[in-house]
Design a protein around this ligand. Structure first.
Ligand code: SF4
Ligand code: SF4
Length: 426
């Protein structure tokens, strides 16, 4: 695609990066075939190619975003299915992230949207606030039918059960069982710590059992993904910088072989920290941290699974977009589950998003619901005993609409290698 940025514009690193992304696009439209919003809405402007045109025009002309551009960019899930499909290697993620930041800085949203976005940004990345918000939401749930749809949707999001905080999520070092093969940092995250403490607990057991010393680093917390995808770059950079400093201090101290992440949405962001900090004094450290970041399934494939008991239950594997498209990790979770003795099933159209997508299910409830219904139908038809996924957002989204337990892949791997049966399957 031809672009016409001025030399002065191209001196700005983010514009130069977006220019390179745009120039790779050859308008072929292959990406439209796998874009969930295009499939649902049928509007070219809700396809990757349509959004690319809108973003190009906005950035090139330094145009103030209008409601039309904002609507179509907001409707994008950042599922990145288009990146998997694109034959020209267009890095749509960097382009849409730039657009979201530009919109946040240059567009005044309606008052309700501003309040809602600011509230979500001040609650979701902080596990204590999030826990408090979910408890409050549960109290007002009986009044939900009387509330406006977007608030009702947030209240409905609160799960029936909110776990007590896990002591394992506090900064500490867990020694390896037996010979220490690797020293790894575990990113314990933010919202996940409030929604499901079993995931980090199972991850720590699994890693220790396979010869890893596990560090929960002092000062590490939210990866910044939730606010990054809202275009709130200042807030996301503050969160990310805390992680970079915390993990660099571990790396420069007792050393680190990897930073293990068990929430694939976060993993996609941490792996891309180098780009997030483009032109920033922290850029080099951000790149180092990004190169150390590994999804838990990458680490377990590397370590090899020591299976101690097998159970031939039927596991439907849901591929989170951030894992299959964002990180291009497609086979590891299935291979590990099969090696652990489970019968692994895959739903039809597994490339399509479940509609969770960070805060998308709260901000675009209608589209999100359609995607959820579609995903749940394709999973139910498999008649699984359990559904496994590698991202808490997908687990909550699918779990809210299906009568089958939804667990993290790591909980099943922990069970097969000597850990307890996942509590949701009890
Ligand atoms: S598939 Fe790639 S090159 Fe083709 S229109 Fe989509 S983004 Fe552009
Ligand atoms: S990220 Fe997903 S929703 Fe957004 S344009 Fe790409 S395929 Fe469509």
């Amino acid at each position: 695609m031809q672009t016409n940025f001025t030399k002065a514009q191209l001196n700005e690193p983010k514009i130069a990066r977006s220019n390179a992304v745009l120039r790779n696009c050859v308008h072929c439209g292959f990406c439209t075939a796998t874009c969930p919003t295009y499939q649902i809405l049928g509007d070219e402007l809700d396809s990757p190619r349509g959004r690319i045109y809108l973003i190009k025009d906005m950035l090139e002309n330094q145009r103030k975003p209008d409601a039309k551009v904002v609507k179509h960019v907001d409707r994008c899930l950042s599922c990145l299915a288009c990146m998997t499909t694109c034959p020209s290697g267009v890095n749509y993620m960097h382009l849409v992230d730039h657009a979201r930041e530009y919109i946040e800085d240059n567009y005044k949203r309606p008052i309700f949207d501003r309040i809602m976005r600011a509230t979500l940004a001040q609650i979701l990345p902080y596990d204590k606030r999030f826990r408090f918000a979910m408890k409050s939401a549960r109290l007002v749930k009986p009044l939900a039918p009387l509330m406006p749809s977007k608030i009702r949707n947030m209240v409905d999001f609160a799960p029936k059960k909110i776990p007590v905080p896990s002591l394992n999520d506090k900064p500490q070092v867990f020694p390896a069982e037996g010979k220490c093969i690797k020293r790894v940092a575990l990113m314990t995250g933010c919202a996940q710590k409030a929604l499901d403490t079993d995931i980090n607990d199972a991850t720590i057991r699994l890693l220790r059992r396979h010869g890893c010393e596990v560090v929960v680093a002092q000062g590490a917390g939210c990866c910044g993904a939730l606010t990054h995808h809202m275009g709130k770059s200042k807030q996301s950079h503050i969160s990310a910088a805390k992680n970079i400093n915390a993990w660099m201090s571990e790396l420069n101290g007792d050393g680190l072989d990897a930073i293990v992440i068990n929430t694939s949405g976060c993993g996609t962001t941490v792996k891309d920290y180098g780009n997030m900090f483009l032109g920033d004094p922290l850029e080099n450290d951000a790149k180092t941290v990004g190169s150390l970041a590994k999804d838990i399934t990458e680490i377990m494939i590397d370590l090899g699974l020591k299976v101690s008991s097998t159970s031939a239950i039927r596991v439907a594997y849901h591929a989170a977009c951030s894992l299959q498209h964002g990180q291009q990790i497609k086979t590891h979770p299935k291979t590990l589950l099969q090696n652990a003795g489970f019968t692994v099933l895959e739903p039809k159209d597994s490339h399509l998003c479940c509609g969770s997508a960070g805060t998308y299910n709260l901000m675009q409830p209608e589209i999100s619901k359609k995607l959820k219904t579609r995903k749940v139908e394709t999973l139910e038809i498999l008649k699984p005993d359990v559904i496994s996924a590698g991202n808490i957002g997908c687990m909550v989204q699918i779990g809210s609409a299906i009568g089958v337990p939804v667990v993290h892949t790591v909980e099943l791997l922990d069970w097969a290698t000597g850990g307890p049966k996942p509590s949701k399957m009890a």
